[in-house]
Design a protein around this ligand. Structure first.
Ligand code: PLP
Length: 413
């Protein structure tokens, strides 16, 4: 069994019981399924295989070294938003020639380090960044492989905080400024133009967003080839969504078909930057119910995990699935599931039906592999929770609990 399924009435990660894990580790903790990670990679890669794609995993979704190592072993490269993620990717054994350096605010120091390491390409997002890249490369006597992240002005149908491809957001070079950017690249020394990138948002459910932006990309390739640029690589970004609580999604094959249809015959190498799609459903956050609080008008299940451990509900109004660890046929009474943090927004969601879940019981918050532990904090004097990697019937602690005592050691008083 892979991923998260009930066995003999207990929710398991692969074949490891979450209840047994909770007894050994203490709650809350994240647990990831190695087999699910591998399956997710294969599910992304296989339908695109004929295009010989580079799957540059978006490290920010889950930067745990053990997770990176699993994906690296599958053949993944990395999409990094900064020097720290490049350092992690390299540490996990990802070849620098498979690392894409993204992000709107690369510092000159970060650029220099990435040039020396020999990353595959820099995705540039502004005119001053192009100038900085050229200057740093020239000073090091190196040539920088550059791609332009283009803002195709597409209103991606996702949460507004997750949309990155419209006019007026900070990301990408606005299409109207592309001629200036291309002229700059032609003029400046120490730059080797590779191609374009688009990433119009994250958690996109409607593959039509991709059809629109990839079609624009194909138009750009034809146009700029006509202007004498050689365009060898297209980076199609990330953003493929996954189902959260109770959602259903069109098969991934439809996404792959759109890729083939829009950019499959341009003769470009293709790179992809999936994050959530590879890791999102490969993890859960296991937590214990501290109190079953029956207020005057509402029932609350108060967990020992909070918004500091998983901020997506508070930040993006995301509704993650929640499962009882012990399967039950009891009738469920709706409850708001909340954490212990002193914020009203510390709410995982309203009106969950969790049969048989009582004070002291365990729950698993699903879709806990992406933008979950990665976005956690120690707000409210909290420990950073452990991360466990399960492989079939064995488990490993791949990040131990970072206690408050240890955190205080980072400070001077
Ligand atoms: C966040 C991000 C990704 C990954 O997005 P997912 O929705 O997790 O696939 C890819 N590329 C860039 C540039 C990003 O900022």
């Amino acid at each position: 069994m892979t991923g998260f399924t009930y066995r003999n009435g207990v929710l398991c990660a692969d074949s490891v019981s979450l209840s047994v894990l909770a007894d050994q580790i203490g709650t809350p903790f994240y647990v990831y399924s190695e087999t699910r990670l591998r399956e997710n990679y294969a599910a992304f890669y296989e339908p695109l295989k004929d295009l010989n794609p580079l799957i540059a995993y978006a490290v920010k979704a889950n930067p745990n070294l053990a997770v990176l190592r699993v994906l690296a072993a599958c053949g993944a490269g990395a999409d990094a938003t900064g020097a720290g993620e490049i350092e992690r990717a390299a540490e996990a054994g990802i070849d620098p020639r498979k690392i894409i350096f993204s992000g709107v605010g690369k510092t000159r120091e970060e650029i220099a380090a990435a040039l020396k390491l020999g990353v595959l390409q820099f995705n540039c997002e502004s005119l001053p960044e192009i100038e900085a890249l050229s200057a740093v490369a020239q000073s090091l006597n190196l040539v920088a492989p550059i791609a332009l992240r283009v803002n195709p002005n597409i209103a991606a149908r996702t949460h507004y905080k997750l949309a990155t491809g419209e006019m007026g957001v900070k990301f990408g070079i606005d299409a109207v400024q592309l001629p200036d950017a291309m002229a700059l690249i032609r003029r400046l020394p120490a730059l080797a133009f590779k191609g374009f990138q688009v990433h119009v948002g994250t958690h996109l459910f409607d593959y039509g967003n991709f059809r629109d932006s990839y079609a624009k990309l194909a138009e750009m390739v034809r146009f700029w080839r006509g202007e004498g640029f050689s365009i060898e690589r297209l980076d199609l970004g990330g953003g493929v969504g996954i189902p959260y609580d109770g959602q259903t999604q069109a098969p991934f094959a439809e996404y792959a078909a759109i890729v083939h249809e829009t950019v499959g015959d341009l003769g470009c190498e293709l790179a992809f930057e999936p994050g959530r799609r590879l890791v999102g459903d490969a993890g859960v956050l296991v937590s214990r119910v501290v109190y079953d609080k029956r207020g005057a008008s509402k029932r609350f299940l108060i967990l020992d995990a909070g918004m500091n451990d998983l901020i997506r509900p508070a930040m993006y109004e995301a509704r993650h699935g929640i499962l009882p660890v012990k399967e039950s046929a009891a009738e469920a009474e709706a409850a708001d599931v909340v954490g212990p943090i002193c914020e009203t927004s510390d709410l995982f969601g309203e009106a969950y039906l969790l049969p048989g879940v009582d004070q002291g019981d365990l729950v698993a918050i699903q879709q806990g592999g992406a933008y979950a532990s990665a976005m956690s904090s120690n707000y409210n004097g909290r420990a950073l929770v452990p991360e466990i990697l399960v492989s079939e019937d064995t488990f490993r602690i791949v990040r131990r609990r970072i206690s408050v005592r240890e955190q205080m050691g980072w400070e001077e008083a």
